[in-house]
Design a protein around this ligand. Structure first.
Ligand SMILES: [Cu+2]
Length: 452
């Protein structure tokens, strides 16, 4: 068995060797069998043998060389790495087809991890080992797979797992930030169908030393002069996850690949729902005294008999640090904007990208961690500021403070459980109410975890 030092040495050798091979391939693409390029690699100490270079030439690509790429943890070394101080986080994903509701009534043929869309949010700390097991029950009609963007390991791990089988791999979460995970279909075939049918989720990797405080600017007047005032917020925050995606559906609720190729979105979703975080009949009654008097223009998931599917706004306190993990799980750009608010800070990979910005562009399979403080009581709507997306479902209502004078104290109102991530390094716990685009069986399991 290799010890960690040997592994590190091996991986650092590969890190040097792989760019060299890329160079050889690039050169040989223009100058076939270039003796100069081959010779220069051969003469470099600690690098690959000419046999291996010939092998690469023969297959015409890099695929066989990535099998031991950086940060992958061989399963037989998990125990020794744990003994050396690594935390191992086990993630069990089960592929499951299910019919789930869509806005406007009816159902669509969803493909899920663990009976829910999106799949469960994985949360670890930078440096933890994530050990993933994907199980595909024998009752499933197709093979599935899982690709975690939090990893930097060989894509061969993301190959198809057939019905009746399960696969496990492990890697070190080296980079802090937030990362999509998704099914890659059957060795990439039908990957689009599987992702747009629901097989995606988020991994949050908290920075090893925690999140950083942030400072916003206000103005004040002192002795008749306008001056800048700095407000500092601690790293501890209340948190939400907002995963944007699209549905492309035929009239009978099947995946419509033609619509996908044309980017002809049927509905735009946040955490699986179009307009899932808007007021509902109960809130109408509280505010208007009448469950049927809508306080928001579209309330498609209105009544209590919808159980886990009933919509629920995001209740927030004023003057409190909120951390939003916004992820674009789809293929349309997300212009993340909060109507009435500014994004106080945007962070990616634990590095600050912007402060005091109105909108942040998040491309497909990209995320942004957004820090925001709601200064005044009121109603604020988080949107994809693409008009086609807004009107097809990309709106989530934040209710800050008690703007309707209902008499509740900040923090009294529960928040939808699927928008609240598992607690991490600097999380402030929140009260939760069950909400998910998930099967009844999954809803029963999730209800236990939030004590509902
Ligand atoms: Cu799949």
């Amino acid at each position: 068995m290799q010890d960690l030092r040997t592994m590190k040495k091996k991986y650092s050798m590969l890190a040097v060797a792989i760019p060299a091979i890329v160079a050889v391939i690039l050169l040989s693409a223009t100058v076939p069998q270039s003796p100069v390029a081959t010779e220069s690699i051969k003469s470099t100490p600690n690098q690959l043998s000419t046999d291996l270079i010939k092998q690469v030439d023969d297959v015409g690509g890099l695929v066989p060389l990535f099998s031991g790429a950086f940060a992958q943890v061989p399963l037989d070394q998990l125990d020794s790495m744990k003994a050396q101080g690594r935390k191992i986080v086990e993630v069990n994903l089960v592929a499951q087809a299910a019919d789930l509701p869509i806005m406007g009534g009816g159902k669509y043929h969803a493909l899920t991890f663990n009976g829910q869309v999106p799949g469960p949010t994985i949360r670890v700390t930078q440096g933890d080992i994530i050990k993933v097991t994907l199980t595909v029950p024998s009752t499933e009609a197709t093979a599935h797979s899982v690709d975690l963007h939090a990893s930097q390991i060989s894509a061969t791990n993301f190959g198809a797992v057939k019905p009746g089988q399960s696969e496990t791999f492990a890697f070190i979460a080296e980079t802090p930030g937030q990362f999509k995970y998704h099914c890659e279909g059957v060795n990439v075939a039908s990957m689009d169908q599987h992702v747009f049918s629901g097989m995606y989720g988020l991994t949050i990797v908290d920075p090893l030393n925690g999140y950083t405080p942030f400072v916003t600017q206000k103005t004040d007047t002192v002795n008749g002069q306008v001056v800048v005032k700095h407000l500092r917020y601690e790293p501890d925050a209340k948190e939400f996850v907002l995963e944007f995606n699209q549905l492309y559906l035929t009239a009978d609720g099947s995946f419509d690949e033609t619509a996908m190729f044309l980017h002809n979105t049927t509905q735009t979703t946040i955490n699986g729902f179009a307009f899932g975080y808007v007021p509902n009949a109960d809130i109408n009654k509280l505010i208007k005294g009448d469950p049927n008097k809508n306080i928001f223009v579209a309330q498609p998931w209105n009544s209590p008999d919808l159980k886990q599917y009933q919509s629920h706004p995001l209740f927030v306190d004023t003057g409190v640090h909120y951390r939003l993990f916004v992820e674009n799980e789809g293929q349309m750009p997300v212009f993340f904007h909060i109507v009435g608010e500014q994004l106080d800070r945007v962070v990616q990979g634990n590095r600050i990208q912007a402060q005091g910005t109105e909108t942040w562009l998040i491309g497909g399979s990209q995320g942004a961690t957004v820090d925001v403080v709601f200064d005044n009581p009121g109603v604020y709507v988080a949107v994809n500021h693409d008009y086609a997306a807004i009107f097809t479902g990309a709106g989530a209502v934040f209710v800050a403070g008690d703007p309707f004078n209902l008499g509740y104290k900040p923090g009294d109102m529960p928040n939808p459980s699927d928008a609240v991530p598992p607690l991490g390094k600097n999380s402030i716990p929140q009260k939760e109410v069950l909400h998910c685009l998930c099967t009844d069986e999954r809803a029963a399991e999730l209800a236990k975890t939030i004590g509902a």
